[in-house]
Structure formats: C-alpha cells, structure tokens
Design a protein around this ligand. Sequence first.
Ligand SMILES: C[S@@+](CC[C@H](N)C(=O)[O-])C[C@H]1O[C@@H](n2cnc3c(N)ncnc32)[C@H](O)[C@@H]1O
Length: 258
Amino acid sequence: MKETVNIEDMNYLDLLGWLGIGSSHPGGFRSTKLTLATLKINTSDYVLDVGCGSGLTACHLAKTTGTKIIGIDINPLMIEKACLRAEQEGVTHLAEFKLADIYSLPFEDNVFDWVITESVTIFLDKFKAYSEIYRVLKPQGQVADLEMIKLKELPSDVETQMKDCFGADTEPLSIEEWCGILSKVGFIHVEIKNKRLLKTGFLGIDLNKIKEDWLLLRDLRYKISDHPVILQRLKKNAVFIKKNKKYFGFGLFYGQKP
Ligand SMILES: C[S@@+](CC[C@H](N)C(=O)[O-])C[C@H]1O[C@@H](n2cnc3c(N)ncnc32)[C@H](O)[C@@H]1O
C-alpha cells in the first residue's frame, strides 16, 4: 500500500531518515573508510557514534575490527534500520543502537575511548553537542567529527539556498571556527585531518555505496516509484552543491580530552 507522506514538507534530516540513507556525509563511505584508517581505533576501545544514522559506519567498524560500538540517533527510523543492519550483518554482539539526543546522552561521565560523528554537529548547537561528547569521554578519550567546512564567506543568496536545501539550522564553519569550539569546550591537540574539497554528489551520498547498501536499495526503489518527487528533491540539493562547491570543503576535526 502507498505510504501517505508529504515529501515537500519533510526537512532534509527527516527525508534521510525516511529513506534510511547511510553514509550521508561529505565524501560518502569512502571518506568513512579513510577516517577509520586515520584514527586507528583499538579493538579493545569502546566507541560511541553520535547521530549514527542507519548504522553503516558502526556496523562496518564492528565487522572489520571487532570493536564494541554503540550508536545513538534522535530519529527512531534510523535506529530501527541500524538495528536491522546489525542483525543482518551478524554484529549485534558488538554494535548496539539506542534512541537518544546528543544534547543529553544517556551515559555516565567518562565512559568512552572514542566518540565519532559524521555530518551531525553541522545542524546543531556545536558548543552544547561537543560539551556532552566531552563529558562522556574518558580522560585521554578522543573525538573525531567529519564535517563540512566553509572555505569562504557565503553570499546571502547562497546561504539562503543552502538552508533551503539542507535545513534552516545548517551552519558550516571555517576550520578556525570548528577548531575554536573544540578548544573552548576543553579538548587539546585540536586539529583538522584529511582536509579535502567537496565534490558533487547526491546530498553527499556515495552513489557507489548505494549500490552495495542493501538496506537502502530495498526501500528506495519502491519509495521513488510511489513518490517520484523524491528525485527532484535530491536533484535540487545535488545542483546546489555542484554550483557552489567552491565555498565548501570537508575534513575530520580531532581533539583529545586531557
Ligand atoms: C546527515 S545525517 C548523518 C547520519 C550518519 N552519521 C551518516 O553519516 O550517515 C545526520 C544524523 O544526525 C541525526 N541527528 C540530528 N539531530 C540529532 C540529535 N540532536 N541527537 C542525535 N542525533 C541527531 C539525524 O537523525 C541523522 O541521522
């Protein structure tokens, strides 16, 4: 039966949740693999992925390294899909998923060795989000946040279009601003790793990965045929990035709790 949803009224994050898109961050899944290769997380480390989406990164880390990871997301559809992914990939003993808000993480202080996050804080109050991350990290624990960077000031029409495509709260910062907030929260050794320019893509989705992502493909085919407007919506975002890519880069913001 055709689902009654109004795509036009959905904001960007709700659309991602409804489609169950994984790796919806700059550079796609390739950039996740580069992040994990850069961080060298130990098998014995306890990792938190905040705003984990449909659990692609968390399940990949668990499957490839045997590391214990917990993913949280505020969208119940994402958590449902992440749990299903963990089951299908046989990693439920390592990867666990919980519905939670980054501003109020349901964990004690000093629990995690690593907090990773991909394309989440760009939509949020960064100081508040990083302060919660800091709280749940153990001393010497490390944070790594893959985010879009603003390379130069956005003209007001570009900023308006960006918010129209990605949501009113979308706020990419300059490298200095991202690092400044991490330092202000108390992180040390703050730096950007793997800085790159933004290339075109559908919402930052890796089209090659989509072909491999059974969980997404399963839903997408039916949803697009029921709601062809989805393609127009995805195209609008892709055209925005293509036209304005000179303003944006991305990279991995790193910091350590003293
Ligand atoms: C652009 S998606 C990125 C998802 C995933 N990290 C990835 O790279 O595919 C942003 C995610 O952040 C989640 N999110 C937004 N606000 C949140 C909050 N306050 N607490 C937890 N998750 C949040 C959304 O539900 C969505 O899954």
